[in-house]
Design a protein around this ligand. Structure first.
Ligand SMILES: Cc1ncc(COP(=O)(O)O)c(C=O)c1O
Length: 388
């Protein structure tokens, strides 16, 4: 399927030609470890499913197309994908990291990879001059997320790729929050895109997975080699479920965004709410940048409750349609408490520096009816007001 087609068409068709052996319209789940060879070394392109599997290959081709890259690599989780991208650096290398990042990535960067001789510096990447200052002669990678988790801050992709390229480093963008429907970092000069496909790409909170997409052939060779050497692949069923989810990404993202906008407007001006963080609001500090580098504002938002921790805990316990739980990006709405859930890995002062407080609540707005969502939040705000 040609890459000239539009996003919605590519999501449904790229990598998903009718099955060559049977004509099956939907990519089959190739639940096999090995592939029978006609003679030693004579086979149909597959030998062993860690190295390559047709169901996984379909997902990889599709994700690469959605991100506008030539090469996709699926992993067994978002963290395996983060680790996979990190295998592009070696002992002695230095990585500049945007300090507003997923707690699990921070845990890997602060507690695991330094044992292998990789060094990390953390900067406020919303100020590109800070990145420039942190670069050393050993810097080989710049790692950012945009919009960030949980406060939806925007980082300038073009400015970061200019800095990375000027210093001979690679820009890696974790594009999980934006999704390829709303943002394609490779278009802005990023070298590597990372996803937790567990979130919007899978979209139904029923499969853990990750992906890395690149356009550069040499990077692709290294990623294929290291993933085969380290083994962090998804199984064929998980690849299939993720591919099925990805087909409807565009539809879901439009609904997520419309609902997030309704929720943001509902929360604005409420006395229990000190601040609403949503890039679609004109007074959000990243609003103009979001308009330049994204095709929409997404389905995530955060709010600061005036009553601090007691109000936030009461709010999280009182919702009914919004399930209290880790994760985001599924069709069902989720509420989370970054202070002790998604951002537990960060020390308290680091959270405060980022603007996360004991009153911050994160919402992953699903695709239920917006009036049901707002009625649920009305109940939660009442509970917050009583507790705060
Ligand atoms: C931005 C981001 N990157 C990576 C990950 C890790 O993904 P996974 O949970 O699939 O390992 C997450 C998980 O929440 C995330 O939010």
């Amino acid at each position: 399927m040609a890459r000239k087609h539009r996003f919605e068409t590519r999501a449904i068709h790229v990598g998903q030609e009718p099955d060559a052996a049977t004509g099956a319209t939907i990519v089959p789940v190739y639940q096999t470890v090995t592939f029978t060879q006609d003679e030693v070394g004579k086979h149909k392109g597959y030998e062993y499913s860690r190295t390559g599997n047709p169901t996984r290959a379909a997902l990889e081709e599709c994700l690469a197309s959605l991100e506008g890259g030539r090469f996709g690599f699926a992993y067994g989780s978002g963290m395996a994908a983060v680790h996979g991208a990190m295998q592009l650096v070696s002992a002695g290398d230095h990585v500049v990291v945007a300090d507003d990042l997923y707690g699990g990535s921070f845990r890997l960067f602060s507690e695991v990879l330094p044992r292998y001789g990789v060094r990390f510096s953390y900067v406020d990447a919303t100020r590109p001059d800070e990145i420039d200052k942190a670069v050393t002669p050993e810097t080989r990678m710049l790692w950012i997320e945009t919009p960030t988790n949980p406060l939806l801050r925007l980082v300038d992709l073009a400015a970061c790729s200019e800095i990375a390229s000027r210093h001979g480093a690679r820009l890696v963008v974790d594009n999980t929050f934006a999704t390829p429907y709303l943002q394609n970092p490779l278009e802005f000069g990023a070298h590597v895109v990372v996803h937790s496909t567990t979130k919007y790409l899978g979209g139904h909170s029923d499969v853990i997975g990750g992906a890395v997409v690149v356009d550069d052939e040499e990077l692709a060779r290294t990623l294929q080699f290291t993933r085969n050497a380290t083994g962090g692949i998804p199984g064929p069923w998980d690849a299939w479920l993720t591919l099925r989810g990805a087909k409807t990404l565009a539809l879901r993202m439009r609904e997520h965004e419309a609902n997030a906008r309704s929720v943001a407007e509902f929360l604005l001006g409420r006395p229990e709410v000190e601040r609403v963080h949503y890039p679609g609001l004109p007074d959000h500090p990243g609003h103009e940048l979001a308009k330049r580098q994204m095709r929409g504002f997404g389905g995530m938002l955060a709010l600061d409750l005036a009553g601090g921790e007691p109000a936030a805990l009461a709010f999280c316990a009182a919702t009914d349609v919004f399930s209290l739980g880790e994760s985001l990006g599924g069709v069902e709405s989720l509420v989370g408490y970054p202070w002790s859930m998604s951002h537990a890995a960060f020390p308290a002062e680091a959270k405060r520096r980022k603007g996360i407080t004991e009153g911050t609540v994160r919402l992953s707005v699903g695709i239920e009816h917006p009036e049901d969502l707002c009625a649920d939040l009305e109940r939660a705000l009442k509970a917050a007001a009583t507790a705060g």
